[in-house]
Design a protein around this ligand. Structure first.
Ligand code: ADE
Length: 266
């Protein structure tokens, strides 16, 4: 998994989002790190209201499904029209992403891949469906943010944008926090503490107050591995662990085996 280096050259990404809920998408770009990235010119974001690309009096974006069945399907013409306009005004995008539960699962490596592209177009699907011709002849890829069904693809597109934008050089105040993402190495994060050292009798682990940087580093690595082993052991298969971490993992697994035997005897 590629981790970005501190000091990497600043670049900017164009983002176009096609939606029937433009205000919802605007709100997602209006706060925090994402907003700051837009203000700093790292992200050039445009939100396109799908209804602007309809040509009937009712500005209808959907219609009944051929073959019958419940629910409405997003029509192809407005979506193709929006992408054609984007191509004309903003250039030919390397990625046109349809958000839907049928898509490939969005993960941190996917965020890193997308963060290296210069222009991302999102087509926000609706849960009832999107005309298959959009999927087959317009979108270059289809992404899902997880195995659950949202009412629409807007929140999914915002999730993807958020994860991508924070990876852009200059988006996050202290770049080390992105580099230290344990997820970048396929592990969960260790626990973090701040002042006070004693909160209502709940103490911060002694080692973190010790000032011994080596010991702190070791404790954190062990905690990240312990958490991953306990909560998401399947991640360890593809995590990039150095020799010392592999040894920590072996120790922790031994410890657990011991504890399990103990449980059985009790
Ligand atoms: N639209 C509805 N559900 C979704 C999901 N899980 N991921 C991406 N887009 C969606």
């Amino acid at each position: 998994m590629g981790v970005r280096r501190v000091g990497e050259k600043l670049r900017y990404v164009k983002v176009d989002i096609i939606t029937i809920f433009p205000r919802l998408v605007d709100a997602g770009f209006g706060e925090g790190i994402v907003r700051r990235a837009v203000e700093r010119g790292l992200v050039d974001a445009r939100v396109w209201d799908l209804r602007e690309f309809t040509d009937d009096r009712h500005r209808s974006v959907d219609d009944v499904a051929f073959g019958g069945g419940p629910g409405m399907v997003l029509k192809p013409a407005p979506i193709f029209g929006a992408v054609e306009r984007i191509r004309r005004e903003r250039g030919d995008p390397p990625a046109i992403i349809l958000t839907s539960p049928q898509g490939r699962r969005f993960t941190q490596p996917e965020a890193e891949r997308l963060s290296r592209l210069s222009h991302l177009v999102f087509i926000c699907g609706r849960y009832e469906g999107v005309d298959e011709r959009v999927r087959e002849h317009l979108a270059t890829e289809e992404l899902s943010i997880g195995d659950y069904v949202l009412t629409g693809g807007e929140l999914a597109a915002l999730v993807v944008c958020d994860a991508v934008i924070r990876l852009l050089p200059g988006a996050v105040g202290d770049e080390r926090s992105v580099e230290a993402d344990s997820f970048a190495r396929g592990l969960l994060d260790y626990g973090q503490y701040t002042r006070p050292a004693d909160f209502r009798g709940l103490k911060v682990p002694e080692v973190l107050l010790s000032g011994h940087h080596g010991a702190i580093r070791q404790w954190r690595r062990r905690e990240a591995i312990r958490r991953t082993l306990e909560r998401r052991p399947e991640l360890l298969g593809s995590a990039s662990l150095d020799a010392e971490e592999q040894e920590l993992l072996r120790d922790l697994m031994e410890e657990r085996k011991g504890a399990n035997h103990g449980d059985k005897r009790d």
